[in-house]
Write a protein that binds this ligand. Structure first.
Ligand SMILES: Cc1ncc(COP(=O)(O)O)c(C=O)c1O
Length: 391
């Protein structure tokens, strides 16, 4: 069966207005996502917020099933959050660290995660160690294995970093973590919606993701997967009476599922939108989405690389759909703004988003173009022509 990009474009209102190559920032939502959210907001306005939630209770519950299906988990292992960072913080800050405990991470770890490591290191005396890369620039599993000892308390890595197409060997890392009984926290923020996720095959204990990027959900959505055995052992760093019902004057009881990491109040329109976005991706088939994303990114990367003065910065043997590049004669922020004025959306990644990687490679702010399966050859061409014209 041929891939029907035209249908996807018809279902994506934004493509009529922009060449959108910023799916690593926030993708264009498909019409069903938008319709579900607008329809829900209308019900909130018409009958009241609590009443709309009551009316749509079954649909809202099904969001957990959709997310669980997307990552190969059970619904009780999913918490819905307002972004990926909150999901990650809930997991990370639930873990106990002592002086000398080691946290192993990757060089291109996302800034939000690394500053949290630094805070916990400052508070507890735990140490942060970066696993060396292999020749392709990906985290080296052999180097990881060689670093393991009884003081390693956590392996926490980003699967696809924010600043380029690198894909870290998430499943291989999981195999090592499992073999040594070490907890494994995987940041799948840029992977979700772009490539298939199976938490069993990845052997991860905790996985965090956002809704608005390659998954094409609304802003202000994210989720946490936590393995059942682990979540039952962990106390969230902060609780409210939803995650921890107040059962007696001097006692609360944590919920027996991942919702112990949630709070009572939520943006239900956004949640519904997230659920529809997940169902939409599953209906296309995430394998097919990955093929399309990679093929489009590879075409874009090759065309940009052929332009005089353009340098591609993506690492890894088989990069995903984030194309990072700089222009020798132009500042990245200025290029980003000029493209925006020309109707082309890309974004940029500053050194401080992935500081260790930027320092190690001497990276300035890089431009980031991130195609999705709904982008067509004319989108890729528009960006390539615009960059070529800048010289
Ligand atoms: C790799 C990675 N992790 C985490 C995040 C944070 O996600 P959110 O903004 O949903 O909290 C981002 C956002 O760009 C990211 O690229």
């Amino acid at each position: 069966m041929t891939f029907d990009v035209e249908r996807l474009r018809r279902e994506t209102p934004g493509v009529a207005h922009r060449v959108h190559l910023n799916n690593a920032g926030a993708a264009l939502m498909p019409a069903p996502v938008l319709e579900a959210m607008v329809g829900y907001l209308q019900r909130e306005a018409q009958i009241g917020g609590y009443e709309a939630a009551f009316e749509s209770a079954a649909r809202l519950e099904r969001v957990y099933d959709s997310v669980a299906r997307l990552v190969g988990a059970s619904r009780d292992e999913i918490a819905l959050t307002e972004n990926a960072t909150v999901a990650w913080q809930m997991a990370f800050y639930s873990l106990a660290f002592r002086k000398g405990d080691r946290i192993l991470t990757a060089r291109a770890e996302y800034a939000a995660n690394h500053v949290a490591f630094l805070q916990v290191a400052k508070r507890t005396g735990a140490v942060i160690e970066v696993v060396p890369d292999d020749a392709s620039g990906a985290l080296d599993p052999q180097a990881l294995e060689a670093m393991i000892d009884e003081r390693v308390r956590l392996i926490a890595v980003t699967w696809v970093p924010t600043n380029g197409g690198l894909v870290n060997p998430a499943a291989e890392i999981g195999r090592i973590a499992k073999a040594h009984g070490i907890r494994y926290l995987l940041d799948a923020c840029q992977a979700v919606g772009q490539m298939p996720i199976d938490v069993e095959a990845l052997n991860c204990d905790m996985l965090t993701a956002t809704g608005r990027k390659f998954l094409r959900g609304p802003r202000g959505t994210g989720f946490l997967y936590m393995k059942r055995e682990l979540l039952l052992q962990l106390e969230p760093p902060m609780i409210d009476h939803f995650g921890a019902p107040w059962v007696a004057p001097d006692r609360y009881e944590l919920r027996p599922d991942a919702r112990r990491f949630e709070t009572w109040e939520n943006n239900y329109a956004a949640r519904l939108g997230l659920g529809v976005a997940v169902d939409y991706a599953l209906a296309i088939g995430v394998d097919e989405i990955e093929r399309q994303c990679r093929a489009k990114a590879a075409a874009l990367r090759a065309a940009l690389a052929a332009i005089d003065g353009v340098t591609i910065h993506d690492l890894g043997a088989d990069p995903a759909a984030i194309v990072s590049f700089t222009l020798e004669r132009h500042d990245a922020l200025a290029v980003n703004a000029r493209l925006f004025a020309a109707g082309i959306n890309v974004s940029h990644s500053k050194p401080e988003s992935t500081l260790l990687d930027a320092l190690a490679r001497g990276l300035p702010t890089v431009l980031r173009a991130s195609p999705h399966c709904y982008n067509d050859a004319s989108d890729i061409d528009a960006l390539v022509q615009a960059i070529r014209a800048m010289g």
